[in-house]
Ligand binder design. Structure first.
Ligand code: AMP
Length: 480
């Protein structure tokens, strides 16, 4: 396994997927576009939409934000009654245009082509690659998602349903997928239910999306979340459902980081409003790590509900001491460490009038590599804060994620290398408190057995093949 220099590895967030079936709408591509727009926070590197008009698939992908990739003319060209879409941040494979999704692959039969959009990470890629090669599939990229598409398209079966039901159970890992065949929309959620996926009703059809906020954005009514291990197929006859893992069910493993950081606060995940779970994380933090202070403030925006919860439980006023430039993407979208460091300054500006002479509780969602936090603490001190008490809504992140969060290498996670006391010193805070695992689980209202908390303790829901580094696939591919 070759290693690239650390700075060249991007580290970011997961992807967003959508699927639209709208026979009476003239423009499923337009609905997919607006749904992707609502899922922009899940991936800012590339975007794509594939449509079908019953005869063939049209695919358009590009690098950048959703509204940089598509213009009015593109949407008009993407004709059809079916569409799937994707926003990507690389979890496997380097950042490049050819890796943008959806992927369109051929079945090699009269069934036609298959388009696939993937949120998650497949962990048994070696086995899947061997199988795909044996079946005659020829992946063009080094991504796990394209391998999954070839696996489904090439697995023998008279119908698409037969192919999917035979192929999908071979995949191990995290996958919320939307797929398109000539005349049907498909969606599946891995049997562990790691990543979210929801089903909504449109006036003339159906929509599937990673998060319910995308359904709200296009005026769809939430029907329900797709269940772990459920495959749904949508056509003119409505929604059909099947359970390819019925004989081999898996334990639930919902990603707790969706609640802590990734999902939008206005989304429902596992039936819970993410905003409310974050408020509860803040309340629990106040009970676990009380401190005497003048006010509580968040690192905006992801920690805002938690800071509100902390302030309420601690009976300390809530104020805002940092203003965020909303037009700068998340710090992580920048590829180099040097750029990331400048990124923090570009992103936040402190309010000295508010901060001067004050003892503050600063609430943030997580500390990952520990790049952002010390800079923010220093910025607050320069603006006059007298004491900065750092409170974090997640336990220390000690292990890499292999299931769809594009983590930094394990040895760059600050809590993998340092104790809490050392992290406090490195951040320059007066005190530091992390939410306990128990407190987190209670705030999410799921028990440890139903959550994937592997980044906090290293117990993954399934074996991770060779504990692959992100670019292992990429390096392997160049040798082929
Ligand atoms: P750092 O400790 O400097 O690595 O950055 C941690 C901050 O980045 C957190 O406060 C989050 O707001 C944000 N963050 C956490 N996880 C991720 C991720 N996987 N991708 C992008 N940003 C993240």
């Amino acid at each position: 396994m070759g290693k690239l220099p650390r700075e060249s590895r991007s580290w970011g967030e997961k992807c967003g997927v959508v699927g639209v079936f709208a026979p009476r709408e003239s423009e499923p591509a337009r609905l997919a576009f607006f749904a992707l727009y609502a899922l922009q926070h899940r991936g800012q590197e590339s975007a794509g939409i594939c449509t079908s008009d019953g005869s063939g698939l049209r695919n358009l992908t590009g690098m950048g934000l959703v509204n940089q990739v598509f213009n009015e003319r593109d949407l008009q060209k993407l004709r059809g009654t079916l569409a799937i879409g994707h926003t990507r941040y690389s979890t496997t494979g380097a950042s490049r245009a050819g890796n943008a999704q959806p992927f369109v692959v051929s079945s090699g039969t009269e069934l036609g082509g298959l388009a696939l959009a993937h949120n998650g990470n497949i962990v048994n890629v070696g086995a899947i690659r061997t199988r795909v090669q044996a079946l005659g599939g020829q992946p063009k990229t080094a991504t796990d998602s394209e391998l999954a598409a070839h696996l489904v398209a090439r697995t023998p079966g008279a119908t698409w349903r037969a192919r999917m039901e035979a192929a999908l159970p071979l995949l191990e890992g995290a996958f919320s997928l939307t797929m398109l065949t000539r005349d049907r929309l498909w969606a599946v959620r891995d049997p562990w239910g790691i990543r979210p996926l929801a089903l909504g009703r449109l006036p003339g059809g159906w929509i599937v999306a990673s998060e319910t906020c995308a359904l709200d954005t296009v005026g769809a009514e939430l029907m329900r979340e797709i269940e772990p291990g459920e495959l749904i197929s949508i056509g003119p006859d409505g929604v059909e459902t099947s359970r390819p893992w019925a004989d081999n069910p898996k334990p639930r493993a919902a990603c707790s980081f969706e609640f802590i950081y990734f999902a939008r606060p206005d989304s429902l995940v596992d039936g819970q409003l993410v905003y409310a779970t974050r408020e509860r994380m803040g309340e629990a933090l106040a009970l676990e790590h009380p401190v005497d202070a003048d006010f509580v403030m968040p690192v905006p925006d992801s920690a805002t509900p938690a800071a509100i919860g902390y302030a309420r439980a601690a009976r300390i006023p809530y104020r805002e001491g940092l203003v965020k430039n909303r037009y700068i993407g998340r710090t992580f979208i920048q590829p180099s460490q040097a750029q990331r460091e400048t990124g923090v300054g570009l992103k936040f500006n402190p309010l000295p009038e508010v901060l001067r002479g004050q003892r503050i509780v600063l609430v943030d969602d997580s500390i990952v590599r520990g790049t952002t936090t010390p800079r923010i603490v220093a910025m607050l001190r320069r603006a006059g804060a007298r004491e900065v008490h750092l409170r974090i809504c997640a336990p220390p992140i000690t292990h890499a994620c292999h299931l769809g969060v594009d983590t930094a290498p394990e040895d760059t996670l600050i809590a993998n290398q340092h104790s809490v006391a050392e992290i406090r010193a490195l951040t320059g805070a007066d005190s530091l408190g992390f939410l306990s695992l128990d407190g987190l689980n209670r705030a999410i209202s799921l028990d440890e057995a139903s959550l994937c908390n592997a980044c906090f303790h290293g117990r993954y829901p399934m074996p991770i093949e060779g504990r692959l580094a992100k670019l292992a696939l990429e390096v392997g591919a160049s040798r082929d």
